[in-house]
Write a new protein. Structure first.
Length: 260
């Protein structure tokens, strides 16, 4: 791939100058520590806020460490994904609309190198972000509720990371295929509507990329049907490769849309 190393360095510099390696992991770390701290100190928070009747007691169910991690992953699946996709989804289409991509297209640089350089940098940012999120969640959960098995925890972490690679591939594919507004709409619809559909009627199937986040939690609980897990993991990896391939093809096809 012609010019891959140069493009990769350029993407890393832009991500660093845009503080993406700092503020996105920080958001995930805050999301990760939110549920363990909030649940543990709920009564203290209510008393501090005031307006609590004298003698009032709230019956809080006893939570296991895996319950808190599952709650944190739920935060990643909503707020975390929303922020990450909003940051990444216009990566290619904005450069095409602003004319910046012209500087790359007139040089002997392959479209594969251009697309994959963005994918790798976004994947790196995502890895650091969920590492920060999982670390914060596990740290406070271990202190306040109990420890988690390291082996199953690592399996859950990498399972969720593979899901994020699929999300990034979808976002970049849409960005390469459409203008920013349409790309954003399509990417958000596919990812979040897919989650909603899977929550509502997902009981009728067991193999889907949208199930990986919940399957990661089941790995820690020790209740995962490994056949469904491996099929979902393989399906997600294949879908990620397909999205990357489509994105590269659409990038080449839409080269004429670059603003000059």
């Amino acid at each position: 791939m012609r010019g891959f190393s140069v493009l990769l360095q350029k993407e890393f510099r832009e991500a660093w100058r845009g503080w993406k390696f700092l503020w996105i992991p920080l958001v995930f770390a805050l999301l990760g520590m939110n549920d363990p701290l909030t649940n543990y100190y709920m009564m203290d928070i209510l008393k501090a806020v005031g307006n609590v009747p004298e003698g009032f007691e709230m019956l809080i169910p006893e939570l296991m460490p895996v319950d808190l991690l599952q709650a944190s992953i739920g935060q990643f699946q909503t707020i975390g994904l929303l922020i990450m996709m909003a940051t990444f989804v216009g990566s290619i289409s904005k450069e095409r609309a602003s004319g910046m991509a012209t500087l790359f297209y007139i040089r002997p640089i392959s479209f594969s190198a251009y697309f994959l350089s963005k994918f790798i940098v976004m994947s790196t940012v995502s890895f650091i972000s969920i590492l920060a999120g999982f670390t914060a969640s596990v740290y406070y959960t271990s202190i306040l509720y109990g420890t988690l098995d390291i082996g199953s925890l690592l399996a859950s972490f990498f399972t969720y990371y593979i899901w994020l690679l699929f999300v990034i591939a979808v976002a970049l594919m849409m960005s390469a295929s459409f203008k920013t507004v349409i790309a954003t709409t399509c990417a958000f619809t596919l990812i979040f509507l897919g989650q909603i559909v899977d929550m509502i009627v997902g009981i009728f199937w067991t193999v889907s990329p949208w199930k990986l986040a919940s399957y990661g939690t089941l790995l820690i609980r020790g209740t995962m049907d490994m056949s469904d897990y491996w099929w979902s993991l393989s399906t997600t990896a294949i879908c990620t490769i397909i999205c990357i391939s489509i994105g590269i093809v659409m990038m080449k096809r839409n080269a004429s849309m670059v603003k000059i």
